[in-house]
Write a protein that binds this ligand. Structure first.
Ligand code: DX5
Ligand code: ZN
Length: 219
């Protein structure tokens, strides 16, 4: 299990310190939520912030694009230092082309699914997908409650990946905290995004340590 703190929930005035803290706590990836105020109601971060993350850490920087016309911005995010990029199937007509482009640019390519989007939407592109991001909240804001059907969706996705003999990884995003992370990992999530649970308490290093321990069944 890799923990991926979402800097959307951090104290952006101290971005580098916040990233250093989660890194000390054992985080394996830095997750950056990009929102355009169109695909989702909120507006958040862009390539300049990805670049700042890139400078602040040697951890992989994972960019979650919650934007329309994502294809137009793939190069900007890869150039800014993204190690992996996910695009929403609901926001992009040519997902295959985007995945192909990301991989050609040396980035890991992911597809994100809103809670109401079925796994079947991936039928044709699963083999070309490095990871699938299962949204466990409707994207737009940190600090929401996890939607329980997401757990079964992750299980079914894992099974579909296994049945097809693929190495696609499952990422989960939204509403994860120390009290539910164990069940999420048991449901098949390998990369777990955490926003509020990592940063809202004011001690991200300890919070990340606690989340990793809880994921292992330590509490
Ligand atoms: C939701 C974002 C998430 C969010 C997670 O739109 O994609 O990455 O920041 O935050 P929490 O863990 O607080 O739900
Ligand atoms: Zn996200």
């Amino acid at each position: 299990m890799i923990l991926a703190p979402s800097i959307l929930a951090c104290d952006l005035g101290h971005l580098a310190d916040q990233i250093a803290a989660v890194e000390r706590g054992g985080a394996g990836v830095v997750h950056v939520d990009v929102m355009d105020g169109r695909f989702v109601p909120n507006i958040s971060l862009g390539p300049a912030v990805v670049e700042a993350c890139r400078r602040a850490t040697r951890l992989p920087v994972d960019v979650h694009l919650m934007i329309e016309s994502a294809e137009r911005y793939l190069d900007a995010f890869v150039d800014a230092g993204a190690s992996s990029v996910s695009v929403h199937v609901e926001a992009l007509p040519h997902v295959q082309r985007a995945l192909d482009h990301l991989r050609q640019r040396g980035a890991r390519a992911g597809v994100a699914l809103n809670p109401s989007t079925p796994i079947a939407a991936l039928e044709e592109i699963l083999p070309e997908t490095d990871f699938v991001l299962v949204m466990s909240v409707n994207p737009g804001f940190a600090g929401q409650k996890l939607l329980p059907p997401s757990l079964d969706k992750m299980r079914r996705l894992r099974e579909a990946i296994r049945a097809r003999g693929l190495s696609t990884r499952v990422q989960v995003d939204g509403g994860v905290h120390a009290g539910n992370i164990r069940s999420i990992v048991e449901a098949g999530a390998e990369i777990v995004v955490v926003g509020a649970a990592a940063f809202a308490g004011g001690d991200p290093e300890a919070a990340v340590r606690g989340l990793i321990e809880a994921a292992r069944g330590g509490r």
